[in-house]
Design a protein around this ligand. Structure first.
Ligand SMILES: [Fe+2]
Ligand SMILES: [Fe+2]
Length: 276
């Protein structure tokens, strides 16, 4: 089966005129006349970019929320309002309060900007699980990803409280896994669980060793250099054919990946499409 993945929301835009960027991520997965939306961006770009790319989101029946951050789930309300009710797959912890606490002590609320009950009233039919599960033909959700590597320490500025006392482990972070003839294709939101942790979990849960592509936000832009270098080493070991970085990958990590994987790394911004 062929799957087509199109980036609808990202921090940067490509050459397609009329599309716009925002800090966030969303991608459309299409196969055999069916479609699934992975994340929704912040809410200012999803519908406009989809319309510009002639992607009718009314026909999307299923939406995945990779985790409960505003830049991935904020567009859900607009989507429901304009395109009707949807089945929403997510981890049960997505509505927890969460904050980015800066070095200055200032705290920004970065959770989902709408209560669960409000979204249900707008047509959201939530399906919560923290387990690995199949949600479409050859399409899986990782569920909660075990944190096993010692070097994937993540983003140290994220907390469960505005005072910055309790570090947010972002247990709700999950990725989409597509089993293709060429190997696994991973679609990542922010990949707060760590890219190598996520790949290992996907390989173990599917029994497929080959990793053909990783696409989306890696959060390497918010992690230290040691994590970036260990991740580069691991990606080389997996012999990943396509590394398509978006969103929180950031300039520095993207440049490093481009240098290390010439011909395999590409910036996947708004309008980027890949068929696998
Ligand atoms: Fe993000
Ligand atoms: Fe995030």
């Amino acid at each position: 089966m062929k799957y087509r993945i199109t980036i609808l929301c990202d921090n940067t835009v490509g050459p397609l005129s009329g599309t716009i960027g925002e800090h966030g991520f969303a991608a459309l997965v299409e196969w055999e006349g069916d479609a699934l939306l992975f994340d929704t961006g912040q809410g200012d770009t999803l519908l406009r970019n989809a319309q510009r790319m002639a992607k009718d989101l009314h026909r999307v029946r299923q939406v995945v929320l990779s985790h409960g951050h505003y830049d991935h789930a904020g567009g859900l309300w607009q989507l429901l309002r304009i395109c009707g009710g949807k089945e929403i797959f997510a981890h049960p912890g997505i509505f927890a309060p969460r904050y980015r606490v800066k070095d200055t002590g200032d705290a920004l609320s970065i959770g989902i900007p709408y209560p669960e009950e409000f979204l249900i009233g707008q047509g959201a039919r939530f399906s919560f699980s923290d387990r690995f599960r199949e949600i479409g033909p050859g399409i899986f959700l990782t569920g909660e990803v075990p944190r096993t590597t010692p070097f994937e320490v993540g983003d140290t500025g994220l907390y469960c409280d505005a005072a910055g006392c309790a570090v947010d482990p972002i247990r709700d972070d999950q990725s989409l896994v597509i089993r293709t003839e060429r190997g696994l294709v991973l679609l990542l939101g922010c990949c707060h669980a760590g890219l190598v942790n996520t790949i290992e979990h996907a390989r173990e849960a599917t029994g497929v060793g080959e990793v053909h592509a990783v696409i989306g936000g890696t959060h390497l832009g918010f992690c230290g250099n040691a994590q970036l270098e260990e991740t580069v080493k691991a990606l080389r070991g997996y012999d990943v054919r396509k590394i398509l970085g978006s969103h929180c990958t950031g300039f520095h990590a993207a440049a490093r990946l481009a240098q290390e994987f010439p011909g395999r790394f590409q910036q996947a911004c708004v309008g980027y499409t890949v068929e696998i």
